[in-house]
Design a protein around this ligand. Structure first.
Ligand code: DQA
Length: 150
């Protein structure tokens, strides 16, 4: 059993009503419930965190090691394109992570096509709507098996 942290950035608490043509009709709670079931099937536990505040996200990432987190699934939302602070926290946490997005950021505005996370992530998944979270979890499984505990 490993602990996987699922961290969501600003405005993702609005999923379900927020631009459903881009982000889909599922709420964040719907996504988290599906994901928890999938994690349980694979024998792992999920920790969910969402914040609209950059410093709270930084604090949560900093606590990853002491909370025994093996892998992080990170949707930094708008902070993807702006946050050196959250990038530095990911590096400081020394915890492997997968960057994910509901939308295909590469098919959108040009400012969404740069990420402060892609070059330090184990991999990036985007464009599959709520399924991006499931794909990220499946992609995380081999990382957990290869992560020495302790
Ligand atoms: C997003 C894409 C970002 O560009 C945007 O700011 C978000 C959500 C996504 O999941 O598609 O808030 O990360």
């Amino acid at each position: 059993m490993a602990i996987i942290s699922v961290i969501n950035g600003p405005n993702l608490n609005m999923l379900g009503t927020r631009e459903p043509g881009i982000y889909g009709a599922q709420t964040l709670a719907d996504i988290e419930n599906n994901l928890a079931q999938l994690a349980e099937q694979h024998g792992h536990e999920l920790l969910f965190y969402q914040s609209n505040a950059e410093h709270d996200l930084v604090n949560t990432v900093q606590q990853s090691k002491q909370n025994g987190v093996a892998v992080i699934l990170l949707n930094p939302a708008a902070l993807t394109h702006t946050s050196v602070a959250l990038r530095d926290a990911m590096l400081a946490s020394d915890t492997p992570f997968i960057e994910l997005h509901l939308s295909n950021v590469h098919a959108r505005e040009s400012f969404r096509q740069h990420s402060y996370f892609s070059d330090i992530a184990k991999g990036v998944i985007c464009g599959f709507g709520p399924k991006s979270y499931e794909l990220a979890l499946l992609a995380a499984l081999p990382l957990i098996e290869n992560t020495p505990r302790g």
